[in-house]
Design a protein. Sequence first.
Lengths: 436, 436
Amino acid sequence: MIDETHDPDLLSWVESANGPEADFPIQNLPFAVLRRNGTAERFRPALAIGDQALDLHELHRTGLIRSSALDACMGSTLNPLMALGAAVTAGFRRDLSRLLRVDSKHVKTLETCLIPLSQVEYALPCEIGDYTDFFTSIHHATNTGRLFRPDSPLLPNYRWVPVGYHGRSSSIGVSGQTFPRPRGQIVLPGEESPVFEACRRLDYELELGIFVGAGNAQGQPVQMDDAADHVFGLCLLNDWSARDIQAWEYQPLGPFLAKNFATTISPWIVTSDALAPFRVPWTRADGEPDALPHLSSESNRTQGAIDVHLEVQIQTASMRSQGLPPYTLSRSNFTDSYWTVSQLVAHHTSSGCNLRAGDLLGSGTMSGAVAGSEGALIEITRGGANPVSLPNGETRAFLEDGDTVILGGYCARQGFRRIGFGTAVGTVLPAAPGAA
Amino acid sequence: MIDETHDPDLLSWVESANGPEADFPIQNLPFAVLRRNGTAERFRPALAIGDQALDLHELHRTGLIRSSALDACMGSTLNPLMALGAAVTAGFRRDLSRLLRVDSKHVKTLETCLIPLSQVEYALPCEIGDYTDFFTSIHHATNTGRLFRPDSPLLPNYRWVPVGYHGRSSSIGVSGQTFPRPRGQIVLPGEESPVFEACRRLDYELELGIFVGAGNAQGQPVQMDDAADHVFGLCLLNDWSARDIQAWEYQPLGPFLAKNFATTISPWIVTSDALAPFRVPWTRADGEPDALPHLSSESNRTQGAIDVHLEVQIQTASMRSQGLPPYTLSRSNFTDSYWTVSQLVAHHTSSGCNLRAGDLLGSGTMSGAVAGSEGALIEITRGGANPVSLPNGETRAFLEDGDTVILGGYCARQGFRRIGFGTAVGTVLPAAPGAA
């Protein structure tokens, strides 16, 4: 629902929120969990406004808002807030919006709750009970399917089932995550049996993450008309992938070690409410089947998709030492998804599976139909055959040690303020010694 | 390590622990989380001795043991105890064993800590951060592979990779769990596109669950020689499976909705220490490849496998109303596993993936080589083609509404006391109304 909080003319007394390129204008108000950098302070929920974080523990202390939503923010995670459901969190966002407007009467008090974003460090925004990764870009499914199965790139179920698999919660980290290059079983060219070595085909995947708000009881599927009420918000998600390990291990039960060594998300969760102006019709190309009834609804057709611009950049160790900025590898859009967020929620629970507040769903790699929109190196380089040239003369078929990958995203629409996601940054370290 | 706690002549002052058929003699001492049935008491850790539970909150109150291990049991889950690692939990078990022996000086005091097992209800023993299900019986992999892929039942990676996938934590329940028959996309015979209907091929899977004790840091794989130190204990696990949903959805990313609606575990975790006398050499048949070096160790060869007898029983609604006891469908043994527990831990972490205390690993369906040892209906009935006849004249190709499935397990060895696992019981309810 588009309401007063989306008015593009709203300005904040936090002046850095008012510039046209700000990721976090007053129309956004995303949530994260953070503390002052380098301290032993307790991590606590906060929201972003311009280049500042509004500390919600401090806000509570001021007494300016008294609500169950703010009470739910008094711990070290966002799970209790998420669990309150869409109506409560929407009301909370309206309250926060009013406090941050230029006409707020409480600026002096609220200024005591601000921490510059340049001085914070983040934790995961919530306890992620279960993490599920989907596969919703038909272009990505086709591009990668061609490499694994040249004769049948897109399997018959793809157009009917929002294909997904359960991922690993324990190794999800917040932006800034580093991890050693994984080792694993790899079958070298021309060989039939594997060796255990460091991954040679390490890749990123450009995804959106979807945080569940209110959960559902086991055995009680969420219906399409209710699905949006169970979504708290979105973040950026890098599903790091070891392609050589994946190729050998993935049949018949799917990816496992190829994905479970690390997953990096952006710290700020952009709420469903902030994204309301960027909802667009969910459409399918001519010849594609319609969704089955349990994955269909009128509101899904008219506004099920979300127009989120995505991009991925790389900065190698050499680029860093040469002072070169990150280089953009590709750009895509969440409207490249074959399925909507509501369809993912309805599908996931259609078996009776219960979602819990703070559960994370990955969209799957967002690749578009055209060159330059591929969301992973394996697609850009055609399985490594056509390496990418970087501005300093380096090339990349896959990621090398020291490479930093930066995901970015934003929403933009005529007549509305730009809404930014910030970034999800992760860096590959050399394989750990002693692992074999 | 076999020590005094395994002495078969040890008797307990809890007399029900001393009979030859007791699941929980003083040589076992498994852990669970429970409270008095039908009360609003706080769930708390306990151990089983004969037909009694020893309430560890009450034991703490007596002051008879003062240790970090008992302190770690003062919450509502076993995670803090598990996290202390194998050496601490082994010492704790020795302390508890001494208190429960016939020569204990504290019987009167300890009697105040007992609750009859007939009067308790269970919670999950811990928070299960991540659940991974493996596929370690080569007989099961071959039997089911033949049904899904007649031309290539056993894929080339099977003999090298301990194949596994991430499962769903949220829907794991403790024995006594009921769940509505799942709905899902199913392709009916002769059709190409799916319908959304109640599962017609609902199955169980007879597995062992393995609880992680001390975890490992991300990026630091557990080596084979250390793997046993990261295992807290074992339980029974029923990996309920919707075969028709699985057949349509599982490519290319593995099982998802076909498995995530429910998983049932037994309440009592039999510790690694209690299982020590039942360790046996890990062997492979002639012609099978040896494990790669990172999955090999001398202790794994000499004592990596565990001799656990397993069985599955069914009791239909009609059998219950006729007063008929459960009927045994099959018997198998954990030595049918192609991989050992230590190999699963080393493999899982070999990518750098971190395990956390309380994580659960499923063994995969334990099927043996011979008729009568198949751990799932799909194998027993050859994909439903040869239904099983039950004692009351009913037949089962797959599970029907009202069917109760009961997993059981025990260890037995000449010169040692029998160690029981109790049971994992689950019942299928009719599909929930209104799901589509």
